[in-house]
Design a binder for this molecule. Structure first.
Ligand SMILES: [Zn+2]
Length: 473
């Protein structure tokens, strides 16, 4: 596997710290609103990376945080007249719902900033002891940016350019003009309590942590001082990830992450997505119009580092593409039931051997810095292969083998290609009645057949003292 590493600015061969294992941290959303489609891109991309590496035999320890204390959350809470935790809890739930719709696996751990305050305080204390942190008069604790030798190594920024940039651009990056701040480049580790804001006790007084320290702390707690991969959207490279490196490496004394992966921007009709331009879409907005599988498929139709343009037209064409694959799978399913019995013909064996070559091709393109765009093309090639080789008289066995391969490769991309037939409650009840009758008549063969038939439709029967209960699986 070769990964484009933002830190080295080249494609690096992936070598894990521990054989067969991957420790990976992906910066998660700030939960003050429904997630937008820009938030969804890193979630989908890195979930796909995780699924692919798992399929290649790695055990992936995947951590993704929820930032649940932040100015935006506090503002939203004040606007609604509720507590900040009510806002963050609500939107964590909504985010998990959207993730489910997008078929994004839950992380191994989803830590929340508010539950990790002691760890953050401990890390800031270490930074203070080592001379990397200082407190000013109003209680703010800053990171002494210039003291960290490697500052700028991820973003490729030179610290002196940053400084002059500050002066010429006014105060774009300046956090506050708080008295005693030594340098404009210094960033906040801890901020003092303000009226109406959540706060915690700390050695520097009551207050709350800055944003950057949260990821340094959670990554250390759940994955260790040095991890394999740290990932996120490219907008996080500077200053967030640069600051995380400065904090973690100064505190822990070892490299923070070996590989840094960043996904490209998502534009809307070739423009930056923004509320003021009126081109802002939440995942929920998309879900009102499309199956979220279409959004996932659309996002994977580009390599993750390329900028991706979103438009309704492109979504329609993604839908058509996904439908083409799903229709093929559904045809193969039909033939699996109605096709010729007996083993595969010699000709079919030859066709299947050709199809298996596609799996190697799939691995090859995915090993090339997760080229999902080409991986999707491989699946289309298989669909074409199936559509031309599965004809009248095809065997059940051949149809099944092809279907399994397409469904499996789609599954690695997190695409659900097999649709179960929608079964109505009334039909289920009818079959259950028929099964009861069959059992009364001691026709156990028929009774078992009905049970299996229902199971195939995703309905599980349970014989209880009160009668037969059923549930969808
Ligand atoms: Zn982060």
């Amino acid at each position: 596997m070769r990964i484009y590493n933002t830190l080295t600015r080249r494609l690096d061969e992936f070598v894990p710290i521990e054989e067969g294992k991957i420790t990976m941290y992906v910066c998660g959303p700030t939960v003050y609103n429904l997630i937008h489609i820009g938030n969804a891109r890193p979630m989908i991309v890195f979930d796909t990376f995780r699924r692919y590496m798992t399929y290649r035999g790695y055990e992936v320890n995947y951590v993704s945080n929820f930032t649940d204390v932040d100015d935006k959350i506090i503002n939203a809470a004040n606007e609604e007249g509720v507590s900040a935790s009510e806002i963050s809890e609500r939107y964590i739930k909504e985010c998990l719902k959207d993730m489910e719709g997008l078929n994004i696996l839950p992380a191994t751990v989803h830590p929340k900033a508010t539950e990790e305050i002691p760890g953050m305080i401990a890390m800031i204390k270490i930074l203070e002891e080592k001379g990397y942190a200082y407190k000013v008069k109003d209680g703010t604790v800053y990171y002494r940016t210039r003291k960290f030798q490697g500052y700028g190594k991820l973003s490729g920024k030179n610290i002196d350019d940053l400084e002059s940039g500050h002066r010429s651009e006014g105060h774009a990056l300046k956090v506050s003009g708080s008295e005693g701040k030594e340098d404009d480049l210094d960033f906040v580790l801890w901020k003092p309590k303000k009226e109406g804001e959540p706060y915690w006790d700390s050695p520097w007084g009551e207050g709350r942590p800055g944003w950057h320290i949260e990821c340094s702390c959670m990554s250390k707690r759940y994955l260790g001082d040095t991890i394999d991969i740290h990932a996120g959207g490219e907008d996080l490279i500077f200053p967030h990830h640069e600051n995380e490196i400065a904090q973690s490496e100064a505190a822990n004394g070892v490299p923070f992450a070996h590989y840094w992966m960043h996904n490209g921007f998502l534009n809307i009709d070739h423009q930056k997505m923004s509320k003021s331009l009126g081109n802002f879409f939440t995942v929920r907005d998309i879900a009102a119009k499309h199956d979220l599988q279409v959004l996932r498929f659309f996002m994977l139709s580009a390599q993750y580092r390329s900028p991706l343009n979103f438009s309704e037209e492109l979504m329609e064409s993604a839908k058509a593409g996904l439908d083409r694959i799903k229709n093929c799978v559904s045809n193969l399913s039909d033939i699996e039931k109605t096709g010729a019995d007996g083993g595969m013909t010699e000709k079919e064996k030859g066709f299947l051997a050709e199809a298996s070559g596609q799996q190697e091709k799939f691995n090859e393109v995915m090993d090339d810095d997760l080229n999902t765009a080409d991986a999707v093309s491989v699946i289309f090639d298989l669909v074409k292969h199936a559509n031309t080789t599965v004809k009248d008289g095809a065997t059940k066995e051949y149809a099944k083998a092809l279907k399994d391969e397409i469904v499996m490769l789609g599954g690695i991309l997190g695409l659900i290609l097999e649709t179960r037939e929608e079964v109505l409650d009334a039909d289920i009840e009818k079959l259950i009645e028929e099964r009861q009758q069959a059992r009364k008549d001691k026709d156990f063969k028929r009774a078992d057949e009905i049970r299996d038939e229902l199971l195939e439709k995703g309905i599980q029967l349970k014989d209880t003292r009160e009668g037969v209960k059923w549930s969808r699986i």
